[in-house]
Ligand binder design. Structure first.
Ligand code: MV4
Length: 457
């Protein structure tokens, strides 16, 4: 087993990884930028090393600085958390070269999944359902038009190096296609240094449903069921839940099985998330795979009682799933996560500054993942997520009442947060009825406005 792990991240996820290390009796090393000197990961890790100034490129994304810290601390492994270097295959390779275990899948698998068009082709070949669309990258505007006519409008053009919504264009007619094709191409080339595009049939009002999997290094893969993450704003998830109100045991079993078989063939290892769109006839289509632990992983932990971060570490150390998991996965009850961001409630812009009051809720079935504390500061350089409020109930109704009271008892003063927004979502009849497709948030904001929770002057 590993003796010491470097945590290559900050904030709540760094603390989450440190918790897992402590429970496994593994020493942890925090790395931090000058802006995070007084952070809780620095306080709770066994060792802490400052790696540079606040800017991401000079600290948490600076591979030589991160590797130097790992060498100085003499760690066996690096846990990258989410974001930052977590899906950087080059970083995983550098770790390997330095004889440090990267806690994630093999670099070539990360690279395959990072090229969305290649990932789509691999999934199709293995029998995972995908949307009708192009085969290979679109070579020209003419080829794009041919595919669009084969598939039928509306279609969506996506950047192969993209993901998470960047560089996408919805095309509703033949006339619109040339301009949108070239716009997507230049946007992708500028944003990712790669203008490769592919095309899919466009699904109206889809739900975002993702499967959590765990895979060991010997090819055993397990599905831990799905999360529904359709409530998103500008491709940022706001609220996630498990199970999805639209899932059936048969569909869950069928998709889980084909996903596990495919990932075993690909040589996947570690935790991973396979994203699907669900159409209005409840059919699921693969869109992308994420090769990291995700922000919303606690939702799955609450219903399965599996510690996903500890599982990642054990798998990376060579344990088999048989030894990592307690037995067959039997999800129980219903979990909901609300992302608490420090942001302005009307402008949705980050709200950095000092937290003057911080009262997280507790009690039965409530979990708060956070690195925030009273009198602590939210630096302006990083992601605006300051806490994840997660509840579990025996069913969705109990989870909703529990979340409602937990949000009522969550007091954060000094910075604006998304807590008032979540209180309104939880009270919304459409949300309560489970009508939560990806267009929910737009309709919700249009009808609820921000009038009930006026921003103080
Ligand atoms: C789509 C789609 C409709 N049809 N693909 C947006 C982010 C990226 N991960 C995939 N996205 C979409 N892909 C087809 N073929 C609609 C979206 C989409 C979306 C997906 C999930 C959650 C929220 C969304 C918001 C707008 C668009």
């Amino acid at each position: 087993m590993f003796k010491k792990i470097l945590v290559a991240n900050r904030g709540e996820i760094a603390l989450r990884v440190i918790c897992a290390c402590k429970e496994l009796s593994i020493r942890s090393v925090a790395i931090y930028s000058e802006a995070d000197r007084n952070s809780l990961p620095v306080r709770f890790a066994d060792e802490a090393i400052c790696i540079g100034p606040p800017q991401l490129a000079q600290s948490y994304l600076n591979i030589p600085a991160v590797i130097s810290a790992a060498e100085i601390a003499n760690v066996d492994a690096i846990h990258p958390g989410y974001g930052l270097l977590s899906e950087n295959a080059n970083f995983a390779e550098v770790c390997e070269t330095c004889n440090i275990k990267f806690i994630g899948p093999p670099p070539e698998v990360t690279r395959l999944m990072g090229e969305k068009e290649k990932a789509r082709a691999a999934m199709r070949k293995a029998g995972v359902p995908i949307l009708p669309g192009s085969e290979g990258v679109l070579g020209s505007e003419g080829e794009a038009l041919e595919w669009a006519q084969t598939v039928g409008f509306p279609v969506i053009i996506k950047a192969s190096a993209g993901g998470g919504g960047r560089g996408m264009r919805i095309v509703r007619s033949k006339q619109e296609l040339p301009a949108l094709f070239h716009a997507a191409q230049s946007e992708a080339a500028a944003a990712f240094g790669n203008g490769d595009l592919y095309m899919e049939k466009y699904v109206e009002r889809p739900r975002h449903i993702e499967f959590q999997i765990l895979a060991d290094q010997s090819g055993t893969v397990a599905s831990l069921g799905e999360r529904e993450c359709s409530i998103q704003r500008r491709h940022q998830k706001l609220l996630e839940e498990s199970p999805s109100t639209q899932m059936t045991p048969e569909l869950r079993q069928q998709i889980g099985q084909v996903v596990c078989k495919t990932l075993s063939e690909i040589g996947y290892a570690n935790a991973g998330t396979v994203e699907f769109l669900m159409d209005e006839d409840r059919r699921l289509y693969f869109i992308e795979m994420n090769t990291r632990i995700q922000v919303e992983h606690p939702v799955t932990e609450m219903v399965t009682e599996v510690d996903l971060v500890k599982s990642q570490i054990l798998i990376a150390a060579g344990e088999t799933l048989e030894n990592v998991l307690p037995g067959p996965i039997l999800p129980r009850g219903h979990a909901i996560e609300c992302r608490i961001n420090a942001e302005h409630p009307e402008k949705f812009t980050p709200s950095a500054g000092k937290i003057t009051t911080f009262n997280p809720p507790g009690g039965t079935g409530v979990r708060v993942d956070t690195a925030a504390y009273a009198e602590g500061t939210i630096p302006p350089y990083y992601d605006s997520l300051i806490a994840k409020l997660v509840v579990r109930g025996k069913d969705r109704a109990e989870a909703i009442s529990r979340m409602t009271r937990a949000l009522e008892m969550f007091i954060v003063e000094g910075v604006y947060t998304t807590i008032p927004l979540h209180r309104r979502i939880l009270a919304d009849p459409e949300f309560r009825a489970g009508r939560t497709d990806t267009t929910f948030i737009e309709r919700f904001l249009a009808r609820s406005g921000n009038d009930k929770e006026k921003v103080p002057a």
